[in-house]
Design a protein around this ligand. Structure first.
Ligand code: BTN
Length: 330
């Protein structure tokens, strides 16, 4: 990676114009070196305006993630966590999946300013770019095996809703299994997604890599790349959120939820999850991996986090995986 890339982006992070000449002087390098750093940033999807006579400018101001600031937000519990921030990485989940078997510490949070090949659920891509999303993964080791972790991703959804409430964002809801949605102009839009990958035994110890992507400021460019309605936090709150403070809040809430989940399982979160259920009583279709589609009315989740659906013949079907679509006009 170009050594000047992040120092230059840091100068541009105020969202104002800076001339190539001034930046070059600041780092005591040639203007060509600055131009090269800018081209590399553009290759990484950073939107930079270049105007003759004015210089370079980011499409919006950016607050970089920073380990010290995240720790400051966590406060007195900070030493409990291992926090690592990358400038650029392919995927924070991939990083932890590779490092976990080598003994990467319990309660680690790995975040990145730029994620180049983020992974979404069901093999999809997760779009993110500098300052537009909060992207991180959390590593938690359970004494229980993977078989006992059903409902974990739903509990993580509850944890995120709790963190959002601390920012006074009270309208976020959950879509089974674990999307965070906001209703905007009558349409549910995705605010955040969760991807959990597990390692270890089914019934011995296990490690969960909990990947979370939260939309902060979505540019038109990024919205165009996302294959479903999406929304960023800053679109509906007055004061821009500080990503370092927010990540600190999320980390503390996650640790509390995961510790509770370890001792009580999803049972403890079932009622709270239901109170944030975006789908309750709605006409839905459950699309299963084998291509089968089952229609019905969403009832809620059971105490292991499986979705219960009242089918057209008034029976109840339970799903532990599947993709939900809300059927319109019913
Ligand atoms: C979804 O499809 O809704 C889940 C999206 C999860 C994206 C996050 S971003 C941080 C972490 N690293 C990844 O590669 N994916 C997850």
């Amino acid at each position: 990676m170009n050594n000047l890339l992040f120092p230059v982006l840091f100068i541009l992070s105020d969202g104002k114009f800076h001339s190539g000449e001034m930046i070059a002087k600041h780092f005591n390098v040639s203007r060509v070196s600055i131009w090269k750093a800018i081209s590399e940033a553009e290759k990484l999807g950073v939107e930079i305006f270049s105007v003759r006579g004015k210089g370079y400018c980011l499409s919006h101001s950016v607050q970089f993630l920073d380990e010290m600031r995240i720790k400051k937000s966590i406060g007195e519990m900070a030493s409990w966590f291992n926090i690592k921030v990358f400038d650029v990485i392919d995927s924070t989940n991939n990083f932890l999946m590779q490092e976990a078997p080598k003994g990467y510490p319990h309660a680690s949070c790995v975040a990145t300013n730029i994620q180049t090949t983020g992974k979404g659920r069901r093999g999809r891509q997760w779009q993110s770019s500098l300052g537009e999303n909060l992207t991180f993964s959390f590593l938690w080791r359970f004494t229980k095996g993977a078989a006992a972790l059903s409902g974990l991703s739903l509990a993580v959804g509850v944890s995120l809703i709790r963190s959002l409430k601390k920012l006074n964002i009270n309208q976020a809801l959950l879509k089974w299994p674990n999307d965070i949605l906001i209703k905007d102009d009558g349409v549910y839009k995705k605010l955040a997604g969760i991807l959990i990958e597990l390692q270890g035994d089914m019934d011995g110890q296990s490690t969960a890599i909990i990947g979370i992507g939260i939309n902060l400021n979505l540019s038109k460019n990024q919205l165009a790349k996302i294959d479903q309605p999406a929304i960023g936090i800053n679109q509906f709150i007055e004061e821009k959120i500080n990503p370092n403070e927010f990540l600190g809040i999320i980390i503390k809430d996650l640790a509390e939820v995961l510790a509770k989940f370890e001792s009580n399982g999803f049972n403890h979160f079932q009622e709270e999850w239901q109170s944030y259920d975006a789908l309750q009583d709605q006409a839905i279709s459950v699309n299963q991996r084998d291509g089968e589609n089952i229609s019905g009315r969403a009832k809620g989740v059971n105490n292991s986090g499986a979705l219960e659906v009242i089918t057209e013949d008034d029976g109840i079907k339970t799903f532990s995986s599947g993709e939900i679509t809300i059927r319109r006009g019913e």
